[in-house]
Ligand binder design. Structure first.
Ligand code: LRH
Length: 497
């Protein structure tokens, strides 16, 4: 057979994987060749990513992906989580390990920046919702502390761009990942130089911007030798994992809401232009770029983080549950007993999550979940109700209620969550693919290589390649009532000081 092979490296905040994609006719198949943890490193008070180790894992994946294959690999592209970056000097040396967006100091820097530029102004200039994790705040602090090392040759590269640089020698920032920074003009691949000046950031720090689906260059010769691989192109696909995931949605209709669900849940819609109203800002919607140059207006919230943390806590107590066991226990627990706001600050940091959930239920005079099944059920129902609320809010900010939800990412493996989401939202949920970021990454490489004509072609290939599961709404009355309770609880919460 005449398959066209590519490699996609998809780095999440918890783990990474290298996947080999094969396009044969109209069908894409993915084979995971390497998977590894991505553990952040706390050094004194600072939290870092271990870039050299991640680059090592990338190379391991490339070796495994090329081994034993008689055909050539056409190209490789990297996608990662948003907002984080590294700085390189004029000789291409990494100045420091990139800092993690959960580093506690970003909160302080956010305050400093907001004393120079207001939230409203930042939102209307960039479309990006001011949140502690944003590149802008981190960079402001980072730059202030590091001015001595920074000269005219220093460049900023976002995480995927940094990998691409060390693969190909090309310095460029790809549009979708740069769109998470707050440093672009809304919906455009254009740096906001006026904002940089106001924050004292030199314009020379920022390299050229490239569109998703750009061939950056060839894999450099040292790596060819080290990896004993054949020549291949290095491509900027959709370099932001969320942008890549959306490229793999097997959509047939144009009107839908998406949920990209993993540790985070990103829920929103794709549009031609951004939503920049006061209402959308107050409701917490941000605007980022898509691989087709459109805008994704979305909420960036906690996803399965609460469940992952509970699982870790139970493990610490020597109670080990498989994913299936947890879902089974939750499905047997009594429905609609208690709810938590999954995005609340009390659930942000790692720790004893079951205890925090019990505490929250107690302090809001709800039934306290007293078993593993009850806790997992509480988390999944709460997430589903939050999705329902976001769907309503999308209608408020755009005037349209999306008639279906496409859910992609790891959360799709949680069948109970998919069903609950359909029930709570009252619209069908079309679930899959699970490895959406890797799939979208591959698809955009084929567009860059000219193997596919366009992104709509890519969506069609996704439809031919991954059979989604469809969940239709059930038990509407009970869920409607639960939604009322959930909203009331949130209202109560907001009134507290
Ligand atoms: C999800 C994600 C999300 C945010 C966050 C920092 O992996 O990319 O879209 O940008 O990480």
């Amino acid at each position: 057979a005449n398959a066209a092979y590519v490699l996609a490296a998809d780095f999440g905040a918890g783990s990474g994987r290298v996947v080999r994609g094969a396009l044969e006719g109209r069908k894409l198949t993915l084979q995971e060749v390497h998977r590894f943890p991505n553990d952040p490193v706390q050094l004194r008070t600072e939290l870092y990513w271990d870039f050299p180790l991640l680059f090592h894992e990338l190379k391991q994946g490339m070796m495994k992906g090329t081994a034993g294959l008689s055909s050539a690999i056409h190209s490789i592209a990297v996608d990662t989580w948003g907002v984080d970056y590294g700085l390189i000097d004029g000789n291409g040396r990494l100045l420091a390990n990139p800092r993690h967006y959960r580093d506690a100091r970003h909160g302080e820097w956010m305050k400093d920046v907001l004393s120079v530029v207001s939230e409203q102004e930042l939102y209307s200039m960039s479309g990006v919702l001011p949140q502690q994790i944003n590149t802008l705040f981190q960079l402001f602090g980072d730059f202030r502390e590091r001015t001595a090392d920074v000269d005219a040759g220093t460049r900023l590269l976002f995480m995927p761009d940094l990998f691409h640089y060390y693969l190909s020698g090309e310095q460029a920032c790809e549009y979708t990942i740069a769109s998470t920074s707050g440093l672009l003009h809304t919906g455009e691949a254009r740096w906001n130089e006026a904002l940089m000046s106001r924050l004292g950031l030199p314009h020379s720090l920022f390299p050229k911007l490239v569109q998703p689906g750009t061939v950056l260059g060839a894999l450099n010769s040292d790596l060819l030798q080290e990896l004993r691989s054949g020549p291949m192109h290095v491509v900027s696909a959709g370099s932001h994992d969320t942008a890549s995931a959306l490229a793999a949605i097997p959509a047939t209709a144009s009107e839908y809401a998406f949920i990209s669900c993993g540790t985070w849940s990103l829920m929103g819609i794709e549009r031609d232009g951004p939503v920049l109203s006061d209402l959308s800002r107050k409701l917490g919607f941000t605007n980022e770029g898509t691989v087709s140059g459109k805008v994704r207006t979305l909420k960036n919230r906690s996803g399965l983080w609460l469940l992952q943390e509970c699982k870790r806590q139970w493990q610490r107590e020597n109670r080990v549950y498989s994913h299936e066991e947890l879902i089974q226990l939750a499905s047997l627990a009594r429905p609609h007993q208690s709810f938590v706001p999954p995005g609340d600050e009390v659930f942000m940091s790692p720790g004893d999550m079951p205890q925090r959930i019990r505490q929250h239920c107690q302090s809001t005079s709800q039934k306290v979940p007293d078993s593993v099944g009850a806790i997992v059920r509480c988390i999944l129902e709460s997430l589903a109700l939050e999705f329902r609320q976001t769907l309503d809010e999308l209608e408020q900010i755009t005037g349209n209620k999306p008639p279906v939800i496409h859910m992609v990412g790891g959360g799709v493996k949680n069948r109970l969550l998919c069903q609950f989401t359909a029930n709570a939202a009252g619209v069908p949920v079309i679930a899959g693919p699970v490895e959406a970021s890797a799939a979208g990454n591959c698809l955009m490489q084929y567009v860059a290589l000219g193997e596919l004509d366009s992104l709509s072609d890519a969506h069609e290939i996704a439809g031919c390649s991954f059979e989604p599961d469809i969940y239709t709404p059930e038990q509407q009355d009970g869920w409607q009532e639960a939604y009322g309770t959930y909203q009331q609880l949130n209202g109560l919460k907001q009134e507290q000081p």
